[in-house]
Design a protein around this ligand. Sequence first.
Ligand SMILES: [Zn+2]
Ligand SMILES: [Zn+2]
Ligand SMILES: [Zn+2]
Length: 1128
Amino acid sequence: MSILQNFRLDVQLVFEVHRKQNKIHIESLLTCFNWSQFLYCLFERVFIMILKCSKFQFFVLQFYCQIIRKQIICLLCRIIQGFLQKVEIEFVFVMEFPQKIKIKIEMSQKGKKCIKLSSSIEEEKKSDSISKQIKKQKKKNNNVGIVENKKKVKTQVIKRQDAWKHLETVVDLLIQSDPKNILDSQELSGLIEEFEKSERNSKDTYKEWFDKEYEYQYEETTQLMKPINFKSNLCYLHEFRKRVEYRQYWDIQEIIKDLHKLFGNIYMKCKNKQSYYYLSKVWDDAKPKIRTVIQEFSELIKEEVYNILQMNTEFKVSSTIWPVVPERKDIRTYIEIQDYEPNPNVEPHISQIKEKLSSKKIPVKCKSDCVCFDLSRMGTFNYSDIKWDSECPNRSNRIECREHEGTDKPCLNMQIQLKQYLINRINFGDNADVEETLCWGIDVYTRNVIINILPLNYVEVQKNQFIEKLILAINRPNDKERGYDMGLACDYIIRESRMVSSYYNKDDRKMAKSIKRVIKLDGGGFRIHTKGCGLVCVNKFGIKTNSLIIPYLGEIYQPWRWYEKQDFIKKQMKEHNKKDILPDFYNIMLDRHLDDYDGIDILFVDPINKGNFSSRLSHSCNPNCGTVTTVSNGSYVIGMYAMRDIQYGEELTFDYCSFTESKQEQLQALCLCGSENCKKYYLGLSNQREYNAILDRNHCFIKRNSILLNSCLDNYKIDQILLNKYKIGSSLLTDCPFWLKCWICQSLGFIDQEYKIYKAELDTKFIFNEETEKWNQFTAQQHSEERIQNLIFTLDKIKFFLKQSDTVEPPLSKISNEDLIINFWGMNNESLLSNELYQLFQKHGLKKLMELIVLIQDKRHLYEIQEQLLLTRLLFLVLSHLLLQQKQSFYYEGLSLILQMMAFTYTYFKQTEYKGFQSPPIDDLEWGKVGLIKKKGKAEGKTYSSLFVWGQLVGWYKQTVATPQLSLCVDRRGTLLYPQISSFDINIEKQVQSQQEKNKTDFIYKYLEKRFNISVGEMSYKTNQKYFGTIFFEYVFSQELGSQFLDRVLVYDKKDFNIKFKQFLKYEKLKFNHSSEQIYKLIDHFKNLVQVPKQRSNRKKIEDIKSEDRQQEDELLFKKECLITQEI
Ligand SMILES: [Zn+2]
Ligand SMILES: [Zn+2]
Ligand SMILES: [Zn+2]
């Protein structure tokens, strides 16, 4: 509610309800001044409407909104659009969301009955940048108004000329010329006397009224010549007026023809000569005036058509050449296979895939009268629950039957195992059910054009039905090569509609004629585009709902292999400069069922090279087929089923349900399904930035590393409850080393937490009621499922790597104290870190500090290894303090802070050096057909480097990065790594290119520059670094340090060493149980240089410190989870 109340809404409503059957009383909406109330009403109304549509439509709508994740905008737009189209009202309103979202939906049409809807939503990216701009401005100036924002919004308002309104004057002219109103009267009688005497010289004028050459005969009673066989459906003037109102006229000829028909008809009714004379006078009076009016009309109508064709052009498939008729050689061919074919087709991958395909789900014994013997009673597929709503227990459970009580007759839920597939014409000629042939479709743009030009007397439902029939006509049999021609499709409808018992009726004919009229004026809005080779029903009796079409077969991949292939294709596309081309894709995911005893898992099926005719199906947003992963004979198979009756000539389609992470790619994927609820693109958009907001906050890079190190140290228990909740079973966990299982559990923990936070966020965004609650749950769940998928993919890749390298070793391990000492002091005075410091001090003449390093180097041997480390940390603290005492000619403040950080860094870790390897080469056949690359290249396998495991595990939530180790190397700078000491020397030449290296996640840079306002030069990091660990990592990794660790420890104080030392003491005790005596003993070495407070006798016990911290921690528990990102 609170968010909603913040929104501002300007509502201007002007409406008129036109269609009685769709009338909805929305007057009540007008009385809502509070906009949240208004919204609520709107939601309520629309939900009622949604409930009236079929379950499937509802699902599609839901799913669509989910995909594009425009949250409230999307929902509103869809809803409002649907709302407007259904009730047909005039409606103008502007909604403004000052924070982020901006919508303007406008219907501006001043004519009485013509309605245009134009809506514009800011592009996601743009709205983001606007919100950013606003935020920035807000900082500077609080007076940022919404007015400014208004300018940036792109709205597409189409002004229509409304040529037809102009045409209405024709009717007025006729009325003026006809005082007796014979044009609209039923009977022609009692005509004015003066006409009896008038001698008119217009013998043959009546011939003008008949457009054809008729034979005439003399009529005795009227003494008039009348044509034989004249028929006209235009009897009265009001009928003509209606045709004008319905916008049926697109050119002058039509109008003149109709006027002739009208006059001809009345002439036929004339009962005497006088009537005829009167009629002639009316015509003669009106004719010259009408001529000028319709001349003007013909000018206006051109503009009108132009305006209509300019609408929604963003959804127009752009093509330089049109029509494109695919030639045989351009059509993809496939090798027909009878079963899934593993890739690579060698052991051990064959057995691994077979294992993943097997299921322990067992069918029950059905009764002999079970619905599975009757397709029509079998029940429909429920997309939201992903199950069949069937009374057959097996069917509903997505298992094929095996046995039935008291009968050996096979049921219809055994079609996969019995191979009862539909018959392809290629093999069986005339007895075939389906044929692979060219298919054609229209884009959303063309669909809108057609809707806009159809006569207004047809309601939305009729128009939509007509378009469905039109699409059938577009794909009419025996004329596939000319499927691009809309005129021919219309001719086909016109011809067919005259046949007896035809699928097309009179209304279809009229609408087809309308299209033809506009095509004559401008054909540019009626392009039909090729969908390539599709699958069409050629069975005269059609295909019954619930029939199995054929299993969706293809090469089958484990995720690691699938993504290897994707990476390879991307690389090839880049090398061949085909980056802008959207590659063809046919792949589909095979998910093991959630209720499978061995748990979930995913495989990829790709029929691009090897498959069957199921790979020919085009995408549709309102498909007639669908895929269902079914257990048949103990094995998973993706079955393609007819989800409704399919008629002869109809194209078979299914919803690809595909997503892309690239907006650009989506924009290229314009849908050609032409259906009423077309989603405009056949690719949904996923993994957007806002989508990762919770991940960035609660599961940031450092946190993910901390989780990984924890798992590698076996610091985590396996959480069986969580594994069960997400159905992670033996299919995924086989061959997982213990540390990897720990990692899965911790990552699942995040996914679980993210779901709750996301759901809660959604709940606060929308007005809370049962519907939105369901909706939010659905959205959050989809999100969660996508995470789980990525977890599965990552797991599969890691398992593959470990198997290839023949190891189970974890990728990270802690560095021993001995190694740490060596890292700092070196083995035999050949120094590392200490030497770097020494050299810097020497260069700038800091004698005292040089001496101090040498002193500690000599003394440290007196102590145990633990105390040597403690002494080293103490040295860092003292050096850090001493550096601040005097202005220096290098970045001394930055170095001081780094040393201070090092004084409080206890945990260091290193990576495991795995053996890298090359995976089996990817056959050139596999990518040769993709993205129009015709040239064959060298087959090569993917190279896996030692760092892959660490990189992939830390970047587990995305699969788009071919080499996760590279981004890891960038990300860990300043988060897991301290910069080189030489970075702080001002005299060293700084490289300009390092500007790019500056990393968003570089905490050290952020801390220095942003928090302490300390200027530093460009910081460089060792490229072959082997030791990792920073104070930030420490903060996340060592929970026992408490949530205020960073704030307490990172104090910037030039004069007082005390504060820093106190904190040093406290955290040494907390972390290692070091006693104060121990530390005071060591500080003696520095007593000439820094003032250290005397040791107090009544010191606090460690336990006390811990409990004091614990208290504050509870309060800050949530904040702590939100982590460092926010604090900086
Ligand atoms: Zn059954
Ligand atoms: Zn059965
Ligand atoms: Zn579509």
